[in-house]
Design a protein around this ligand. Structure first.
Ligand SMILES: [Zn+2]
Length: 388
């Protein structure tokens, strides 16, 4: 399985590199047909002959997934999609079978082409028509995901409430109701990783001890990822169950985290501070949270609205006075005009909610139309703009 997953990673990276080169040189991208042809040549070559060891389906499936990733990246209807990225050896490597597999629901085992019957621990019942299976490795464990197709009625969200949320560093998420979620704490694991890495650096490369420590570090990293995912999963489920519409800021996470790298002129304290903040942002997994929330709302018949983040932290929710001076400290908001006082993150959430209401109220954009429009952004000047 490691060989199959490794081959898929290799192929993905190779095909991706070709396309990125083409993009850079303003040439036409290669899609599935071309890459399928190339892969057949590679299999016959001496250099890449190891690809022939993989089941044909897994090779084809990887190339189809890459094609999908490129098409999504250029799809204007999916503003949150980004360019596909290279797969790391240490990442979640996987391979998929679109057919030829069998699922024995009662026996808790799955038949994989060229591998045979494999037992697994079933986390949930497999209902509906199985469309494909993906086998992936996380840390030292192997997982199998089964994608199914079901007929479903158009869902109607059980609640009719709307809530605003402000994602932050000190508090993971503050709601317009005033409640908030504490940040994710992985301090224990992070300290452990640092200690292990120091010891790891002193080991002889590729020795038994070196391998042992490497495995230990990977285990801790997997733990951190699991804690983060678990927490974000629970919070998004809770929110999605209770509110039909959730309003969040349209933060470009990638832009926020990119700017402190590279730039040689900017080295110094600011950069250091910024990269510290970036690490926290990434650590909190805002991008993952939004993705989880979005799909859960679609599933339940609710919505997530993204609004313009400009001045949400500086505007008074009471008198609308907008000033930097309203924020004397990071955590407190005191309006210099009317004296309104509140926690700064709560103020942010209230302003975000107000903008969400504006999106819903503005002109003809009713809730039914929003469902078609998908992401909707309202600018600071009251001019709604539907991205589609
Ligand atoms: Zn005020």
């Amino acid at each position: 399985m490691a060989q199959y997953a490794g081959n898929c990673r290799f192929l993905w990276n190779k095909a991706l590199a070709i396309n990125l080169f083409k993009l850079e040189n303003k040439q036409k991208l290669c899609y599935y047909q071309e890459f399928d042809f190339f892969s057949k040549l590679w299999k016959k070559s001496e250099e890449y002959g190891f690809l022939a060891l993989s089941p044909v389906q897994t090779i084809q499936q990887t190339l189809k997934q890459l094609e999908r990733a490129f098409k999504d990246a250029f799809d204007k209807n999916q503003p949150l999609k980004r360019m596909p990225t290279f797969k790391k050896k240490s990442g979640n490597n996987s391979f998929s079978f679109p057919q030829g597999f069998k699922i024995d629901n009662n026996g808790k085992r799955v038949f994989l082409p060229e591998i045979g019957w494999v037992n697994f621990r079933k986390s949930q019942a497999v209902l509906g028509n199985a469309k494909n299976v993906t086998v992936s490795q996380k840390g030292k464990h192997w997982f199998v995901s089964i994608q199914v197709e079901q007929e479903r009625e158009e869902p109607k969200h059980p609640s009719n409430t709307i809530i605003g949320g402000d994602l932050g560093v000190k508090r993971l998420l503050t709601l317009s109701s005033g409640s908030f979620f504490k940040p994710i704490n992985t301090e224990k694991q992070t300290t452990k990783i640092k200690r292990l890495q120091k010891q790891f650096a002193r080991k002889v490369k590729f020795s038994a001890n070196w391998k042992k420590f490497k495995a230990k570090i990977i285990t801790q990293h997997t733990k951190v990822a699991n804690i983060r995912h678990d927490r974000l999963y629970k919070i998004s489920t809770q929110l999605s169950k209770s509110h039909a519409i959730i309003v969040l800021e349209d933060l470009k996470i990638k832009n926020m985290t990119k700017s402190s790298k590279g730039d040689s002129e900017q080295h110094g304290k600011m950069v250091k501070q910024k990269s510290g903040l970036n690490r926290v942002i990434l650590n909190q997994g805002w991008g993952m949270f939004k993705a989880l929330l979005k799909y859960k709302q679609v599933w339940r018949g609710g919505k997530v609205i993204f609004v313009d983040p400009k001045y949400t932290s500086q505007t008074c929710p009471c008198c609308q006075h907008k000033s930097k001076d309203n924020r004397l400290t990071q955590s407190d908001f005191v309006c210099v005009e009317c004296g309104y006082q509140n926690n700064a993150d709560h103020v942010g959430a209230l302003n975000i909610l107000a903008r969400g209401h504006r999106v819903l109220a503005c002109g003809e954009i009713g809730i039914s139309q929003l469902s078609e429009a998908g992401t909707c952004i309202v600018s600071d000047h009251n001019k709604p703009m539907v991205l589609n």
